[in-house]
Design a protein around this ligand. Structure first.
Ligand SMILES: Nc1ncnc2c1ncn2[C@@H]1O[C@H](COP(=O)(O)OP(=O)(O)O)[C@@H](O)[C@H]1O
Ligand SMILES: [Mg+2]
Length: 302
């Protein structure tokens, strides 16, 4: 089978293997001739039901261009190229070499011995999402109110480990395929939109409305999955019913404070979820970085 090459304005990328195919397109692992040690992910869109997804791909790279954060999958470059006679938008990302959080959970989820790693990973996802919600700045300097990810789930969190002894797992939120620009203001609500059903909160399923608070709900589900190795609900009806509780209790080894925090994020009533990520108020209760957070986390664990 012939390997693909992609011709960027500054370098040529050579496919080394196919990483996978989603509903949207194909992802390849690739290298350049200049530096065989560095790996990249190339994402190209496909044609679905006769509809060319070129515009969606362009929108995705445009969204990525607004962010530069250690906990977001980083855009290297994006360019147009004619592939198999079709104008294609090629997105080049930095490669995260340690799989995704879905694989991690299948291997290591639900185990007390990994509690501090779960917290560390979660904090990083939290930081990445916070950056999406608050700090969009185009390289031209133009600011935007923020982006609602809309499809947060373990399969869209990529893991990376640097090749040095004792390196920790770095978590990077990726796949801005269906992410939606927020109108101004914290309480902004968007309508419709795509995502993954079992990570959607009730209001999104019933009223078709979503916003930052639906991302918070999905974050809660992700943390819940790390702690229990299960999804909280298996069916749409269970999510929609305001009285149905998650299928599995959080394990006994999860500190009470942390349990409360996860369940607060997963509140069915969106008014009971934190306001935003992380407003000063939440920071006080659940500090998100620096020594205070470490101290807090240690207290949860000890
Ligand atoms: N930066 C990255 N590092 C490692 N793997 C990635 C990266 N970006 C994408 N992938 C891989 O490609 C797959 C598809 O990418 P994703 O951005 O989730 O698009 P979609 O789910 O819309 O097809 C991911 O599930 C993951 O396996
Ligand atoms: Mg994805």
């Amino acid at each position: 089978m012939s390997r693909k090459t992609f011709h960027g304005p500054n370098c040529i990328y050579h496919e080394t293997r196919c990483l996978g195919q989603g509903g949207f397109g194909v992802a390849y692992l690739a290298k350049t001739a200049d530096d065989m040690n560095k790996e990249y992910v190339i994402k190209i869109h496909k044609t679905v039901a006769g509809k060319n997804l070129y515009n969606l791909a362009k929108e995705e790279s445009d969204k990525l261009r607004h962010f530069d954060h250690k906990n977001l999958a980083k855009l290297v470059e994006a360019f147009d190229e004619e592939i198999d006679g079709k104008l294609t938008h090629v997105i080049v990302l930095e490669y995260c070499n340690s799989g995704d959080l879905d694989q991690y959970i299948r291997l290591k989820g639900g185990k007390e011995e990994y509690l501090s790693e779960y917290i560390d990973i979660f904090e990083q996802i939290w930081e990445g999402v916070h950056s999406l919600h608050t700090s969009a700045v185009h390289p031209s300097g133009k600011k935007k109110p923020g982006l609602c990810h809309s499809d947060l789930k373990p399969g869209n969190v990529f893991l990376h480990k640097q090749n040095v002894k004792g390196a920790r797992l770095e978590a990077k939120v990726g796949d801005l395929g269906v992410a939606t620009w927020l109108p101004d203001g914290d309480m902004s609500v968007l309508v419709g939109g795509a995502g993954t059903l079992l990570y959607m909160p009730p209001e999104r399923l019933t009223l078709k409305k979503f916003g930052k608070k639906s991302d918070l709900y999905a974050l809660g589900v992700i943390f819940y999955e790390m702690l229990t190795k299960h999804l909280p609900y298996y069916k749409e009806e269970e999510i929609k019913s305001m009285t149905t509780l998650p299928r599995f209790p959080l394990p006994d080894w999860v500190p009470a404070d942390l349990k409360q925090f996860v369940l607060k994020l997963m509140s069915k009533n969106k008014m009971e979820r934190p306001q935003a990520l992380p407003s000063n108020k939440i920071k006080k209760t659940y500090p998100t970085n620096g020594a205070t957070y470490e101290g807090e986390v240690r207290r949860w664990i000890n």
